[in-house]
Design a protein around this ligand. Structure first.
Ligand code: UGA
Length: 442
């Protein structure tokens, strides 16, 4: 099929590339000229395992193209995907200006029948707005062209995006037109052929499914973080409680890891947007509000442990920080706990020596830009000499099993604050460390 994907962010670039990998002819569109120039040369703006090689291969095979002009992509397109950003507006709702602007443009440019697919995460009712915007432009032009709008939310995870897209747990398609539904089924069939994982429904339910999936996962995390805080108070170990409850197949082991709160570009934004959707419909979503509040509080739990240990004034103290990204496998720092924790520590006079395998550029040039008191080192061990404590904030594989002997030798004090509960199995107290984790009494 001939596909056009508008927006080359995470979702757009990964979707477009994976569709081309499956034999479709794909054109990815973005207004950002320098981004498109780079992509044509095979330079990928994000770090995502496997993406660079897949882009290069499909560009070389002439089935993946990049352009700044929507009409280049629309010319022969069977399907146009809208995968532009839906950033958080000031009031917490999803800002749809980019989605509707693309819809208007499609209406102005299209010259044959197409299926228009919302792939961005959008509030319930957006497909209708997209349809109206396209129709408005067609009416202005005085032309009659048949088109169908479909909702097809994306569930990929950063760091595992290619894997998630190529082997999805499910593909959700919301469509009201049977022909459009059939075309979408055919498109996704190769991705789910081992057994059918395509779930079809009406458009509004598909739009809602995306928010509810993310809000449910965020709820599991906030629930466990709250449980962790209670465990600390009553002298229980949340790591054991987690296994104890996860073994119940109705609960399951996934997404019940306590830590420093959820971050990233999706959970925080989508939980807020779902809250807003409820409130706009005169419903006060108490549980969803609590999920957000617990997460905001959780992001500073490690900082509070450090303050309890070292006092309110941290001047003269040096902390080694391992991990800045919101999770391993990505250079993304959006809403990363590291931002909040580091700002809190330097505000109190601390010096930070940080290392992250991928996110140091992002930190230095964007998320912690201009924050004084941070230096970036080129390896995990380079951060630790003379550190008063080591703080683990992202569970990258290279941090999982460090040489504790070397750490103890190099650090000023053998103290570890583990914001991801990675080192509980190593009996660090026996090795002479003072060890703090989430949800275990110290
Ligand atoms: C999330 C969803 O998992 C995807 O299904 C969805 O498609 C995506 O959002 C999206 O809407 O685009 P992602 O933000 O890439 O994916 O990251 P996750 O792997 O889900 O992790 C989110 C956050 O939760 C991270 O900060 C992670 O550290 C935290 N987390 C996760 C926990 O604190 N505990 C857990 O048990 C699991």
């Amino acid at each position: 099929m001939n596909l056009t994907v508008v927006g080359t962010g995470y979702v757009g670039l990964v979707s477009g590339t994976c569709f081309s990998e499956m034999g479709n002819n794909v054109t990815c569109i973005d207004v950002d000229k320098s981004k498109i120039e780079k992509l044509r040369k095979g330079i990928i703006p994000i770090f995502e395992p496997g993406l660079e090689a897949m882009v290069a291969k499909n560009v070389a095979n002439n089935c993946l193209h990049f352009s700044t002009e929507l009409k280049d992509g629309l010319k022969n397109a069977d399907i146009v995907f809208i995968a532009v950003g839906t950033p958080m507006g000031e009031d917490g709702s999803a800002d749809l200006q980019y989605v509707t602007s693309v819809a208007h443009q499609i209406g102005r440019e299209m010259d044959h029948s197409v299926i228009v697919v919302d792939k961005s995460t959008v509030p319930v009712g957006t497909a209708e707005k997209v349809r109206d915007a396209i129709q408005e432009e067609l009416d202005k032009r005085g032309v009659k062209i048949e088109f169908h709008v479909v909702s097809n939310p994306e569930f990929l995870k950063e760091g595992a995006a290619i894997e998630d897209f190529m082997k999805p747990d499910r593909v959700v398609i919301g469509a009201e037109n049977e022909i459009a539904m059939k075309v979408m089924r055919d498109l996704y069939h190769p991705f789910t052929h081992s057994h059918d994982r395509i779930i079809t429904m009406d458009i509004r339910s598909a739009e809602m499914t995306k928010y509810v999936a993310n809000a449910m996962l965020a709820t599991k995390i906030s629930f466990m973080n709250e449980v962790a805080n209670i465990c600390e108070l009553v002298g229980a170990d949340v790591n054991k409680v987690r296994i104890g409850i996860g073994s119940d197949s109705r609960i399951g082991y996934s997404f019940i890891y306590p830590g420093s709160g959820y971050g990233g570009s999706c959970f925080p934004k989508d939980v807020k947007a779902l809250k807003k959707i409820a409130q706009e419909n005169n419903y006060e979503p108490e549980l969803i509000k609590a999920v957000e509040e617990v997460n905001d509080r959780q992001k500073l739990v490690v900082a509070h442990k450090i303050i309890r240990r070292f006092g309110e004034d941290l001047s003269g103290k040096t902390f080694a920080v391992w991990g800045l990204a919101f999770k391993p496998g990505t250079d993304d720092m959006r809403e990363a706990p590291a931002i909040y924790i580091i700002k809190e520590l330097v505000k109190r006079g601390a010096t930070i020596k940080a290392y992250d395998p991928k996110a140091m550029d992002e930190s230095q040039h964007f998320y912690l830009k201009g924050v004084k008191g941070i230096s970036y080192l080129n390896s995990k061990y380079a951060c630790v000499p003379d550190a008063d404590a080591l703080i683990l904030l992202t569970e990258w594989k290279e941090f999982r099993s460090p040489d504790f002997g070397e750490l103890k030798e190099k650090m000023k004090l053998p103290i570890i604050f583990d914001g991801r509960n990675q080192y509980g199995v190593f009996n660090l107290e026996e090795k002479g460390f003072e060890y703090y984790q989430i949800g275990v009494k110290n």
